[in-house]
Design a protein around this ligand. Structure first.
Ligand SMILES: [Zn+2]
Ligand SMILES: [Zn+2]
Length: 107
C-alpha cells in the first residue's frame, strides 16, 4: 500500500493517487474514483460497467426472442391449420388408400 501513495493520479498529475482502479489497474485521486459494487473504480471504467446501452440491447434482444417465439408459434399454427384444410379437402378415397391401389394396379 505504501507504494500506492507515491503514485499520482492519471488525470491530475499534481495530486497523489489514493486508489487504484481494479478494472484498468491505473491510479487515481479521490475525486476521480467512484464507489461501484463496493469497489473504487475510475469514471471511465464506471461508464463501461454501468453502460445503459448494453442493458437496453439485452432487453431488446429478449423482446426479439419472445417475438420470434410467438412468430414461430403462429407460423406453426398456420401450417397445421393449412394442413388440416388440405386433408379436409382431399377426397375420402385418398384416405381409404384407393388412389395408390388404382395406380399400382394400372401398371
Ligand atoms: Zn479504471
Ligand atoms: Zn484525479
Amino acid at each position: 500500500m505504501a507504494k500506492l501513495f507515491l503514485q499520482v493520479c492519471l488525470l491530475h498529475p499534481a495530486r497523489e493517487a489514493v486508489a487504484r482502479c481494479p478494472e484498468c489497474r491505473r491510479c487515481f485521486c479521490r475525486e476521480c474514483v467512484v464507489e461501484h459494487d463496493d469497489r473504487l473504480v475510475c469514471a471511465a471504467c464506471l461508464r463501461q460497467l454501468a453502460q445503459p446501452k448494453s442493458a437496453a440491447r439485452l432487453r431488446l434482444g429478449g423482446v426479439l426472442r419472445v417475438g420470434a417465439a410467438a412468430a414461430g408459434i403462429v407460423i406453426a399454427w398456420v401450417c397445421f391449420y393449412w394442413l388440416g384444410q388440405m386433408l379436409l379437402r382431399t377426397p375420402s378415397s385418398f384416405h381409404e388408400g384407393t388412389v395408390w391401389k388404382k395406380t399400382f394396379l394400372d401398371e
